[in-house]
Ligand binder design. Structure first.
Ligand code: G3H
Ligand code: ZN
Length: 340
């Protein structure tokens, strides 16, 4: 079916209390994995093109992959720009046919962030394309740990020990970067954003789902804005309270899991690293089992299957299974005014 906009999916998710999964279109196999998972779950889905994917595949190739996959998909698919770096890049993506934009102005002072976000929202809205804007900053795990330290934490430490090390080294910084509820209303009004990537305690690129979110902050932002809130850095977030208990992770009173976050108002959940890791694990196992294999598809297929299984499990956790039906408003296709 034709691409739809994120606005249509996220407003419905917000109204019905579930979240839509947003997964990265890093290669053809990942795109296929996401679409097949979404079709089997009858779930709407967002395929997003990251800065890394633009460098790796090129904007034209990444765009074409998602468009081709969406065209024959039996579920609604959004083509979204992830962490857009500039006004110019957002214009390029709009022209390329993206049905959802993002500007990550987290490196700028607040006023500059609002100014550029607003310009992008203005042009997006002219042609019916919604824009996600970032308030606060969602840091990367590499901001705190070297690759060697990450390897050590992931292989030589128990989960509770690793969580404690992250709390000690990154906790205060992550907290200081969180979105400020006192700025949220002004940010949303000043930018015209359609969804809000609010920093609420997550960290990009974690190696395991062991890190808690600040549910109190999600609730405060939600109260201040009432926009669909987007969770970045979801690979590292503990999925459920049961998982936390089983893995010996002790949550503080204001902390919670992905499941809690959806209940608190998160409507879009971005997962990238975990998909990449399980893809690699599948391909690595296949190559170890068949070291003489000469057909790359036979090595990549188990990676695709792993990625698909993980995407399905996120879709189920987020509550978007069975939510593919878009009802009510006119279809997003007719709302988008750029040429197809
Ligand atoms: O924008 C992309 C996401 O925030 C993905 O983060 O790699 O930690 O899942 P992640
Ligand atoms: Zn992100």
């Amino acid at each position: 079916m034709p691409l739809v906009t994120s606005k249509e999916l996220l407003l419905k998710a917000q109204a019905e209390g579930y979240a839509v999964g947003a997964f990265n279109a890093n290669n053809m196999e990942c795109v296929k994995a996401v679409i097949e998972a979404a079709e089997e779950e009858q779930a709407p889905v967002i395929l997003q093109v990251s800065q890394g994917a633009i460098k790796y595949a090129g904007l034209a190739m990444a765009t074409a992959m998602v468009k081709a996959a969406a065209e024959s998909a039996a579920v609604p698919v959004v083509l979204h720009l992830d962490h857009g770096t500039s006004y110019e890049q957002n214009v390029q993506c709009l022209v390329a046919g993206f049905t959802s934009l993002m500007y990550d102005g987290s490196a700028n002072p607040l006023e500059k962030n609002i100014e550029i976000s607003a310009k992008i929202a203005e042009i997006g809205h002219l042609v019916g394309v919604p824009v996600e804007c970032e308030l606060g900053k969602i840091p990367k795990v590499e901001d705190y740990f070297t690759p060697e330290e990450i390897f050590d934490l992931s292989t030589n430490k128990s989960v509770p020990e690793a969580v404690e090390v992250v709390r000690q080294k990154a906790g205060a910084s992550v907290e200081s970067l969180m979105a400020d509820p006192a700025q949220a209303k002004r940010f949303v009004e000043g930018t015209g954003a359609d969804s809000l990537a609010a920093a609420t305690g997550s960290i990009h690129g974690m190696w395991d789902d062991i890190w808690p979110l600040r549910i109190d902050r999600i609730e405060e932002i939600k109260k201040a804005t009432d926009l669909p809130i987007v969770l970045h850095g979801s690979s590292g977030v503990i999925r459920t309270r049961k998982d936390a208990e089983e893995r010996g992770i002790v949550l503080k009173d204001n902390e919670g899991t992905l499941e809690d976050a959806v209940k608190a108002g998160i409507a879009k959940v971005n997962v990238a690293t975990a998909i990449s890791m399980t893809f690699l694990a599948g391909a690595k196992k296949a190559f170890e089992e068949r070291p003489g294999e000469r057909d790359l598809r036979k090595i990549l297929s188990p990676g695709l299957q792993n990625a698909k299984a993980l995407v399905k499990s996120y879709i189920q956790l987020l509550g978007s299974s069975g939510k593919a039906e878009l009802t009510g408003k006119a279809s997003a296709k007719s709302e988008i005014k750029h040429a197809e």
